[in-house]
Design a protein around this ligand. Sequence first.
Ligand SMILES: N[C@@H](CCC(=O)N[C@@H](CS)C(=O)NCC(=O)O)C(=O)O
Length: 221
Amino acid sequence: MESLTLIIGNKNYSSWSLRPWLAMKQAGLTFSEIRIPLYQPESSEKIRQYSPSGKVPVLIHGSITVWDSLAICEYLAECFSDYSWWPDVQYDLAIARSISAEMHSGFFALREQMPMNCRAKALEKRLTPTLQADIDRITALWSSARQQFSSKGDFLCGPFSIADAMYAPVVFRFITYGVNLNALCQEYMETMLALPALQEWLHAAEAESEQISMVETNMLQ
Ligand SMILES: N[C@@H](CCC(=O)N[C@@H](CS)C(=O)NCC(=O)O)C(=O)O
């Protein structure tokens, strides 16, 4: 197998990096990682050595470069189809892809107003109407998926899939900003947090020393 390298940002802050990283860990793929701390004077130049978009994550697979979190997950699911990435029933797959795409292309208020800062816990946050609308949509989506797929497993569409990887940063955000959740969503959060891979990411984030002031200041708003 040609070598796989995932280039990521800081584990504490880079929500897009977490998604393919977790999907790859959960699938059981062996890969190396290169961590480039974001928003430092040399970050942009370092990222551009690997990524045409100038953003992380980016995957290097032999001579092939794939950038953008969802494209990386889709590429891996195609290349390594013996591993588990998506549900294998067409209906379940349609839901998993839809909710993954919804995360990838939406929830701008949540992303902007609740930036991922996984080592910070239970911070007070002012809920603006747009932020509340994003939280409401995510909790409705999680609740509906858990109701539909509970007989197949404990994750959004039953077994762990790319859909869960796409929402993993939201799990950290809801903890960091102390968002109140219904029992189904709380249970789903606990399932996600119990994943050894997610704990591994969190411990690595806690061990990082960089501080991104934009994010740390946002905590006080
Ligand atoms: N749509 C992209 C978003 C990637 C993205 O915004 N990455 C951020 C880090 S989480 C980044 O590289 N920021 C550095 C910069 O913009 O200079 C994806 O899904 O991968």
